[in-house]
Design a protein around this ligand. Structure first.
Ligand code: FES
Length: 153
């Protein structure tokens, strides 16, 4: 009851769903589309684990209703590697050990891959600030910043 038709473009594929208007983009991805790579940490915009790209920009998918994104091109962590090649940010996270438990990693990588196109400064501190919306409880920040900086240089 109360469901409406919703069309979403995710990782280059079109999906037709029936969703209640209150369903977040995060829950639609995880529960309805079986794309659990996007993580739910806080579910209220504080942790960044749910970061996806909407038309190339990073968005906290827990703060957005799926029904609002019918004209958008959405990319999740599952769609970041292309043609079997890791995205450079993914490869750099592996090289620099940019994770410990890994729960925040999809969000960190989606955030980092979007910020490559944002006008931020060159210093490590600039990356830290630009990634401030992505919390890592293990404290892997130094390695995360090293990974991001390697791709930016
Ligand atoms: Fe969306 Fe934490 S789950 S910001």
């Amino acid at each position: 009851p109360g469901s409406v038709p919703v069309t979403l473009r995710i990782n280059g594929q079109t999906h037709q769903l029936m969703l209640e208007p209150r369903v977040t983009l995060l829950d639609a991805l995880r529960e309805n589309l079986q794309l659990p790579g996007t993580k739910k940490g806080c579910d209220h915009g504080q942790c960044g684990a749910c970061t996806v790209h909407v038309n190339g920009r990073r968005v906290n998918s827990c703060l957005s209703f799926a029904v609002m994104h019918q004209d958008d091109e959405i990319t999740t962590i599952e769609g970041l590697a292309l043609n079997g090649e890791l995205h450079p940010v993914q490869a750099a996270f592996i090289e620099h050990d940019g994770f410990q438990c890994g729960y925040c990693t999809p969000g960190q990588i989606m955030s980092a891959s979007a910020l490559l196109k944002e006008p931020i400064g060159k210093e490590d501190a600039d990356v830290r600030e630009a990634m401030a919306g992505n919390i890592c409880r293990c404290g892997a920040y130094n390695n995360i910043v090293a990974a991001v900086q390697q791709v930016r240089r």
